[in-house]
Design a protein around this ligand. Structure first.
Ligand SMILES: NC(=O)c1ccc[n+]([C@@H]2O[C@H](COP(=O)([O-])OP(=O)(O)OC[C@H]3O[C@@H](n4cnc5c(N)ncnc54)[C@H](OP(=O)(O)O)[C@@H]3O)[C@@H](O)[C@H]2O)c1
Length: 234
């Protein structure tokens, strides 16, 4: 299989890349943004790419050829000057827009430019790592406005893409996946209150997500699923 992983340099992305590359017949094209992992293998090809750049996405789609799986693992929750908002007082309009630009819009652009690359595959998959906190039905705690909203927008995009592709790309299965709280750079500042046994390693999550992506069919396209395969309300 030919697999394209966006955000292959992240905690979850890199674990996916490494696990997928263990299968010798897989060829994995993985993107990084600011740092290229020191992981080399004859079936891993690293590409530097900013997912917020439509021209860079277009260039990659024009050169990469056909693909069986696209997995988008890019996500931003905090940076050196921004943390998830605890209340309305802490809303920063630019950070809200940058969360949308990093967490929601790229998936729409990836779908736009890579649909032709997925078309020849017999069992194409288009999976994006969303988050349970993007579920509107599940929001009982409030806060985290920018991240929650960007993941809710991402979920709506996944639903819309799945509906459009049911007509134009009927073999594809489009999925929004929740990895569970995973021990990565993204979750580091928020791990203190995670119940025992509920902070997963990236390797564990990668295994679970690959199992879901492999086993789902186009009948299940447009689903929002947790790492254990259970459905999450939108
Ligand atoms: N960890 C969790 O507990 C958890 C829970 C729920 C959902 N998620 C979701 O899971 C996904 C993966 O998260 P993670 O925990 O693996 O986070 P991470 O370790 O912080 O990785 C983030 C990835 O995003 C890439 N990235 C950021 N901005 C980019 C840009 N403009 N262009 C291209 N790549 C960019 C980073 O690339 P560089 O490092 O090369 O800059 C890195 O590969 C995210 O969507 C996140 O929201 C995570």
């Amino acid at each position: 299989m030919r697999i394209l992983v966006f955000g292959g340099s992240g905690g979850i992305g890199l674990a996916l890349v490494q696990r997928l590359a263990q299968q010798e017949h897989n060829h994995v094209v993985a993107t990084f943004h600011s740092h290229q992992p020191d992981v080399k293998s004859s079936n891993i090809e690293w590409q530097q790419l900013d997912v917020t750049s439509e021209s860079q996405l277009m260039s990659l789609s024009a050169t990469i050829g056909s693909i069986d799986w696209v997995i988008n693992c890019v996500g931003v929750l905090h940076d050196s000057s921004h943390q998830p908002e605890k209340n309305l007082k802490s809303i920063d309009a630019e950070w809200f827009l940058s969360s949308m630009a990093n967490n929601a819009l790229p998936t729409l652009l990836i779908a736009k430019h890579f649909s032709a690359n997925l078309k020849p595959s017999n069992s194409p998959k288009f999976a994006v790592i969303s988050a349970r906190v993007g579920s509107i039905a599940d929001n009982r705690l409030g806060g985290w406005y920018s991240y929650r909203s960007s993941k809710a927008a991402l979920n709506m995009l996944i639903k819309g893409i799945s509906v459009e592709w049911r007509r134009s790309l009927p073999k594809v299965c489009v999925l929004a996946l929740h990895p569970g709280t995973t021990d990565t750079h993204l979750s580091k500042p928020f791990q203190a209150n995670v119940p025992q046994g509920k902070l997963f390693s990236s390797e564990f999550v990668a295994e679970k997500l690959i199992k879901i992506i492999s086993s789902t069919t186009n009948d299940e396209s447009g689903s929002f699923l947790a790492y254990d395969g259970s459905p999450i309300p939108w």
